[in-house]
Design a protein around this ligand. Structure first.
Ligand SMILES: [Zn+2]
Length: 320
């Protein structure tokens, strides 16, 4: 039996590079529950070519229900509205993450930007809570940096290694009444252009200036929103004014990121914030799960990867 064991190892090593580029199809419920349209736009240039589009945009009317693609756990909810809008993240038991952006920020029937969280998210959702496939999460909108474009859901899937994968194959293979080519909403060439020119899931240039004790304004407010999502600041402390509590939270953030904990948002901290937000990794589960939970998740991820590898070996060799 020893030679078979070695054969498995050799085969595994050969297959690892293949798995990086393999198309991943997740079993999902179509996340928009109403007339919609979408095309493959993962990897398209955004932000004037400074970044790539890490998701798939699904165009739909404002207030169209957004439902959970999978059974999972609420990973985080962005509140109040960040520069990239209202966003919710769900993680499944295999460590795949599903992200829903630009949820509605308007009073229904208007474009006033004053809808608040009650018109963005379904009531009662909180981090750590379980959700089931098809459960209402919120409503399509144009919040954040989608404000001046057509309303749509920017949908991302991240694999257990926190890499964004192309959601298009999963969307095409999804279940649900409004999936794929069913109940299509017309897309005008102008809508397409609007998406290409204006929108991104997350910008990479929110933080531009030095922020320190006494600073104030929108950048400070965005900083406080991020610190709040990371569990380092309370919601009532999101004031747009950089006071002692914000400084304390910045120091905690810097320690976590292994940056010199000086309590000032300088170039290194700015870079960590911008890059982390743009790639989507900053706000993920690492930020609020305990060490023990993180270990459990890691083991789950490894088991899932081993299973994928085993299935592949079975499929290619017929060995069971
Ligand atoms: Zn998008």
């Amino acid at each position: 039996m020893k030679h078979l064991y070695l054969f498995y190892i050799a085969l595994s090593l050969l297959l690892i590079p293949l798995s990086v580029n393999a198309e991943v199809v997740r079993s999902i419920e179509f996340p928009v529950n109403g007339p919609n349209n979408f095309f493959s736009d993962f990897g398209a240039p955004r932000g004037g070519g400074t970044r790539k589009h890490l998701g798939n945009d699904i165009i739909a009317a404002k207030m169209t229900p957004v439902v959970s693609a999978v059974n999972g756990t609420v990973n985080f909810i962005i509140s109040p509205e960040a520069a990239w809008g209202y966003e919710i993240s769900i993680v499944d038991s295999e460590g795949y993450q599903y992200l829903y952006f630009h949820l509605n920020n308007d009073t229904p029937g208007t474009d006033d930007g004053k809808g608040g969280e009650m018109n963005a998210y379904a009531s009662g959702l909180d981090r750590g809570q379980s959700v089931t496939r098809g459960q209402l999460l919120g409503w399509v909108g144009d919040s954040g940096n989608a404000e001046n474009t057509v309303s749509h859901l920017h949908f991302e899937i991240h694999d257990p290694n926190r890499q964004a994968i192309d959601p298009y194959p999963s969307l095409i293979a999804s279940t649900g009444v409004y999936r794929s080519s069913n109940a299509k909403l017309g897309i005008t060439p102008d809508m397409r252009l609007q998406l290409e020119r204006v929108v991104d899931g997350r910008p990479n240039d929110i933080f531009k200036t030095m922020l320190e004790l006494g600073s104030s304004g929108e950048e400070v407010r965005q900083l406080q929103i991020v610190l709040k999502v990371l569990g380092l600041l309370q919601k009532e402390n999101i004031t747009g004014y950089f006071g002692p509590l914000t400084r304390e939270a910045v120091i905690a953030f810097q320690k976590r990121q292994m940056i010199d904990p000086v309590g000032i948002v300088g170039p290194a901290t700015r870079e960590a914030l911008n890059r982390g937000i743009s790639s989507g990794v900053l706000l993920e589960y690492k930020s609020f799960y305990s060490e023990q939970e993180q270990r459990a998740i890691l083991i789950q991820k490894l088991l899932a990867q081993i299973k994928i590898l085993q299935d592949r070996i079975k499929a290619q060799t017929g060995i069971r």
